[in-house]
Design a binder for this molecule. Structure first.
Ligand code: SF4
Length: 332
């Protein structure tokens, strides 16, 4: 864990890491800065804030503590195993972004870049490390009996993701991220008041926040705990290998795009989903001369199609036109 006194120094500390920082050296450094009268903002997990407070043994008016809304943390060796598996397969890692918003905040990706030029980018929902983390099975023992969440640490503020914003405050959702801030002390309130001109801030109840963010939930249910086994990450590299081998240009053969609105919409949705997964595609359909209901306007505007002259002419598609085909619908 590092300290920063300029925006440039702050840069590497930004963004979620999903690895517990080693804070041992920071308590003394923090105490020295406080004794010099410097204004200090200490950010960390609730248990780390509690540990700092215990170390300092006294209150400082120049100290602000901000905790993250903590889900828990896994032992560092799990992260090291994950990284080792990847580096064995793909070589040295040059950059890791655990919260890449390349597909938007509602579908955050884990993106890892390698010296070889390879980029591994997976949705958090399918990334093996994040799946292990979110399963609650491999957290450190202390997390299952945590006493420090929701202000018990002595923090002034708590910051977390407002995951339900698209439901509870739709007008605030730009798919770039929305945070909640819980205020635990007068110092925290004063600090927040200095930010009122910088952010769009609305009041919301804890019930609404915690309906969607599982961070504060009790993990005392020890039945979830599972024995960590390094093998859980071996599949990671294999999945990446399979993904690499998958075709990149796909032909979609489905109900032809004409009068059936449901058929048109499913083709649109399928193509959009394939695009989000990284595949270019054409919906292969045949020419329709008449268009009494104007559906082709939608098709031409929103769907990438390849037309053949009629249903018997699918043989005009050359094997080399596509790397693979997606075929489906009840009528195909
Ligand atoms: S759940 Fe509690 S013990 Fe675990 S990392 Fe969070 S604050 Fe620390």
């Amino acid at each position: 864990m590092k300290s920063a006194s300029t925006l440039e120094e702050l840069e590497p500390l930004l963004k979620s890491k999903y690895v517990k920082a080693d804070v041992k050296q920071t308590f003394k450094a923090c105490q020295e800065l406080l004794s010099l009268g410097k204004l200090v903002l200490y950010a960390g997990l609730p248990c780390q804030i509690a540990a700092l407070k215990a170390y300092l043994k006294q209150d400082y008016s120049n100290l602000f503590c901000v905790e993250i809304c903590c889900h828990g943390t896994m032992p560092i060796n799990i992260w090291q195993d994950y990284i080792n598996v990847l580096q064995t397969k793909y070589g040295p890692i040059t950059d890791i972004n655990m919260r890449d918003k390349c597909k938007g905040w509602h579908n955050v990706h884990v993106t890892i870049k390698f010296k070889s030029g390879k980029i591994l980018s997976e949705s958090s929902r399918s990334n093996a490390y994040m799946k292990a983390f979110l399963s609650d099975k491999y957290l450190i023992n202390a997390c299952y009996t945590c006493q420090f969440k929701q202000g018990a640490s002595g923090a002034d503020l708590c910051i977390g993701d407002f995951w339900g914003v698209q439901v509870a405050r739709k007008h605030l959702d730009d798919n770039l991220g929305c945070s909640f801030i819980s205020v635990y002390s007068q110092s925290g309130k004063d600090l927040l008041n200095t930010l009122l001109d910088e952010f769009v801030i609305e009041q919301i109840s804890p019930e609404e926040i915690f309906r969607y963010n599982s961070g504060p939930k009790d993990l005392i249910d020890k039945t979830k705990i599972s024995q960590y086994n390094k093998a859980i990450f071996n599949e990671v590299a294999d999945i990446a290998e399979i993904t690499k081998a998958l075709p990149k240009k796909l032909g979609i053969i489905t109900l032809h795009l004409h009068t059936n609105i449901g058929g048109i919409l499913q083709a649109y949705a399928l193509q959009k989903t394939l695009k989000e997964l990284g595949y270019d595609s054409d919906v292969i359909t045949y020419d329709i001369a008449d268009d009494p209901r104007g559906h082709l306007n939608f098709v031409d505007t929103h769907i990438k199609v390849k037309r053949v002259s009629d249903a018997t002419k699918f043989t005009s598609i050359k094997p080399t036109d596509y790397d693979g085909f997606v075929v489906g619908s009840d009528q195909i």
